[in-house]
Design a protein around this ligand. Structure first.
Ligand code: FAD
Length: 564
């Protein structure tokens, strides 16, 4: 069943004893002196990205074994959970960012930061190609960096699903710039609608704010916008009160689909009371400069809705540079870059990836799937025994309950129908092409970790801990190789995610919180908890003080509506 990987024989210096380590053991490549023991020459560690994953990794990296080079188009870390609060001035943009140079100051490793974006990764020659964002003269914009070890933490881009007009006309909420632009656009609409030359019809259009996507970000933004409009702007622009309309469009059947039904129901009721129009089953098919066209999924009817500002918040997709890299390493066609459980990128040496740009593939499950595929291909008979298939599925389900959960939850079509077939006559044969399709469907979709700051920061911390210990593992190979799994011995436990719950702020000083085990709490107390948790999670004392004082300023003087 499982394909045993090649064995690497390592002679331990201490006792001359042989220790067998599987080839895919993590940090294998770090042993050849990357810990700085090869005559004093340090290895070059390049980190791409200064978001949740990259910054937590850098904060926790404590070894002096590397020369660290950081590349990111932003020379700061952004505390993304507070971005919606920046869109209405509840907190100021500078309060939620921390310069990366402050964060890595006084670290035991040498670090150099380059404000640039990486546009190509060459895994064969171990180089990353970068472009400065400063728009310098010809030939000064681009440079290449060699690496010995690469950590990719470049996050993801907004997913527009190639919907016409979105890039040109919609706002996004991924970066601080986006939040500031959105804040300006809202005030812009209020000021424009106040001009005497604007017709009633046009006022209605300008004052219609549309949010696309009923996930946590879209819902939180709609709630924040409602609070801003009702608590601050209503008294400053009394003549526009009746023109204001907020609409939330969601293509699925529910908003907040990842939350418990109690949370979804509460959010729906609250939004109804707040007159936020929630339209589920509405898929946006086109955005023009003044209208947003939606298709009703039940009736197929297309409707053009005039709008003043539209926020597009429908999830994330792979960045082009990562997609190109994935092609080079044999991961073309996958939804996200696959790593093993130690965050090492599959099909590539010395490259690690974490956060939104990567996903841990269920290595064993996929190896098993690959093994079955091989047997299936070999027998060439055009079919595989239902009994074998059942055994395979049973085994995978027993060892990987999350695979089962995933398949059941996502109802992967091909796999489901094969499973149904397998319940019957064991003499039956399963069509090989159908099986291949089913397995590739599982392979491309298996991704169990949500793209959240919680995951990215835990991965950053984990990877830094592995790097910190790598040198010790080399010096004392008999010591740290204590973690044992079938098929090999590994110096480190694989990464395991600990979910500590999720918040959904719903406006009016109310929030929902869902803890592990689906324990849900909704209301003002949960909002209090939200304030406490986020204040404590801010990465430096400076940002903690700034954000908390912004909250006090907002409670005391209200939000600032200046058209800056
Ligand atoms: P990011 O944090 O996005 O960092 C990516 C980094 O890569 C950035 O520094 C970027 O500048 C850099 N980069 C981009 N392109 C390049 C390039 N070409 N070369 C080099 N560097 C590059 N998660 C939660 O857990 N809780 C929340 O409450 C929450 N709220 C959110 C609210 C909003 C509005 C948003 C947008 C996200 C929220 N998230 C939340 C999700 C969370 O922010 C992401 O999951 C998290 O940021 C992922 O971390 P990352 O390091 O993978 O990517």
């Amino acid at each position: 069943r499982a394909t045993p990987s090649k064995l690497l024989i390592v002679l331990t210096a201490a006792g001359g004893a042989f220790l067998a380590i599987s080839d895919d053991s993590p940090f294998r490549s770090l042993t050849a002196g990357e810990s700085g023991n090869d005559g004093g020459k340090k290895k070059k560690l390049v980190v791409l990205g200064t978001g949740w994953g990259g910054t937590t990794f850098l904060k926790n990296l404590k070894t002096s074994a590397y020369d660290v080079h950081v590349v990111s188009p932003h020379n700061y870390f952004t505390f993304t959970p507070l971005l919606p609060s920046v869109t209405n001035g509840t907190v100021e943009a500078r309060s939620i960012v921390e310069p990366i140079r402050n964060i890595v100051r006084n670290k035991p490793y040498n670090v150099e930061f380059k404000e640039a974006e990486c546009y190509r990764i060459d895994p064969v020659n171990k180089k990353v190609y970068c472009r400065s964002i400063q728009n310098l003269g010809h030939g000064e914009n681009e440079f290449a960096l060699d690496y010995d070890v690469l950590v990719i933490a470049m996050g993801a881009r907004v997913n527009t699903f190639n919907t016409p007009g979105v890039e040109e006309h919609a706002h996004f909420l991924k970066e601080v710039d986006d939040a500031q632009k959105l804040r300006r656009s809202i005030i812009d609409c209020y000021e424009r609608a106040s001009l005497p030359t604007i017709s009633d019809e046009e006022k209605k259009r300008i004052m219609h704010f549309v949010v696309v996507g009923g996930g946590p970000t879209g819902v939180e933004y709609a709630a924040e916008l409602h609070d801003f409009a009702s608590q601050d702007l209503a008294s400053l622009y009394p003549s526009l009160k009746d023109y204001l309309k907020i609409t939330l469009l969601e293509a699925g059947n529910h908003i907040l689909p990842m939350f418990h039904k109690k949370v979804t129901d509460f959010a729906n009721e609250k939004f109804q009371k707040d007159q936020i129009d929630v339209k589920t089953g509405s898929m946006v098919v086109k955005v023009s400069d003044k209208d947003i066209s939606t298709k009703n999924r039940a009736t197929g009817q297309i409707e053009a809705i005039p709008y003043g500002v539209v926020l597009w918040s429908t999830g994330i997709a792979t960045r082009p540079v990562i997609a190109e890299f994935m092609e080079k390493i044999g991961q073309a066609g996958k939804r996200v870059m696959a790593t093993d459980e130690w965050l090492k990128v599959q099909g590539c040496d010395d490259v690690y990836a974490l956060g939104d740009c990567a996903s841990i593939a269920q290595r064993k499950a996929l190896e098993d799937a690959a093994a079955i595929m091989k047997t299936v291909d070999k027998n060439n008979a055009g079919a595989v025994d239902v009994g074998d298939f059942k055994e395979f599925v049973k085994d995978i389900y027993e060892r990987y309950p999350q695979v089962r959960k995933y398949l059941e939850k996502n109802k992967l079509k091909n796999f489901e129908s094969l499973l149904r077939n397998a319940q019957g006559d064991s003499q039956k044969k399963i069509d090989i092409e159908a099986l291949k399709k089913a397995l590739s469907e599982v392979d491309s979709q298996v991704s169990f970790l949500p793209p959240t700051a919680q995951v990215a920061s835990q991965q950053g911390k984990y990877l830094a801990a592995c790097f910190n210990k790598a040198g010790r593992c080399e010096m004392k190979p008999e010591g740290p190789f204590r973690f044992q799994e079938s098929g090999g011995r590994y110096p480190f436990h694989p990464f395991s995610y600990k979910h500590s719950g999720q918040f959904a702020p719903l406006g009016g000083e109310q929030a929902a919180v869902q803890f592990p085990g689906d324990w849900v709490s909704i209301g003002h107390a949960s909002q209090g908890l939200w304030y406490t948790v986020y204040a404590s999670k801010l990465v430096t004392w400076r940002t903690k003080v700034l954000v908390v004082s912004d909250w006090f300023r907002r409670f005391t003087f209200g939000r600032d509506s200046s058209h800056l």
